[in-house]
Design a protein. Sequence first.
Length: 404
Amino acid sequence: MGTNAGSAQLPFQGWRKFKEAFAPELIAMAVAEHPAKVHRIFDPFGGSGTTALAAQFLWLDASTIEINPYLADLIEAKLNAPEPVEIAGELARLLNTADRQRSDLAVFFQGAPKTLIEPGDKGRWILGREMAQEAASLLDALPVIIDDRMQRLFRVLLGAVIVDNSNAVISGKGRRYRKGCETRSGTAAQLRISFIEAVAKAAKDIAMYSGQRSSQYDLYRGDARELVKRIDGFDVAIYSPPYPNSFDYTDVYNRIMDARLFNKFRRNRALRSATLSSHVQLSRLYKPAPRGSSSLDLTLERLEKVAPTLWNKNIPAMIGSYFAEMIGIVSDIARNGSSSGRQWLIVGDSRYAGIDVPVGEILLELSRSVGLTKLRSDPFRSMRAAPQQGGRPELRETLIVLSN
């Protein structure tokens, strides 16, 4: 239950490989342990939709927020799938259209970084030229699909197979090149076959579980820090926020998708600015650190002492701002949920210059300072530290359960 690793074998979860902090069983546990009947579940950091999808299978209403356009589409494709009997015919229509109107690579990828398309930069590229041509043609053909649900499904699956067939390895730790990428171009046929197989798998999931879950959901696309203030009517919130590990999670998914799935490259800065202050990859104004946690005060004091040795001078300010934003989100959820509301959240520690940032401990102290009660604080799993910290699996993840 401590991670959704292996969930690719579960229906809907294999549409895009995405490592989240918890498995669907956690949602069932939260519902079973709730002191009152649960009607609606809320997740302010939707990710790949684990919470919302599990809620549907429990015949509960779901509300979720996701800022990343690709992930928001992935969530909605799962929660509101097209009619399975129509998928094969619409897929044939898409493929035929792509064959008839081959896209102009120079136009399609205008403004893209040199590393995106072969020959790339210094012998490295993310997409081979032939594969890029096929990807562009398929993406350009999507408007021929009139049904929004069908077009969204194809867009999500195409994005997934483009990443899987590219020279980029993408994970929650970042993006890197595959070994031997200098000679790995890929073919149009390879991408098309992968896409057809992905559509077939998704169609099977949709058909098999049609009518076996609730169809009710609310998906909010935008900044969780703002949207959470006006979402109410839920009984339980289950979520895992980005960890303050100074990695921009937006960047994991945007480089390849930007070509068309993210409406070109101009949205990057706006997208990054609307995310939690968990990284320093963007110049921004940081909020002052909140009061109410002696552990946070001590951590910031230690970080300030080693500031000259940190790889970015803004790391202490980022850490303070992260907790200011997080306790704001926790407080808004407590205020807007039901009187018996509970929050289940999974958080992960960080480390800079050998100084631990005990995220779970700090959030518990801050939650207590705003009147919330701790019901549970359990170790969830051990994360691998960053390479500069030795790379050992020793950073804690913690499951916290709070009540109003």
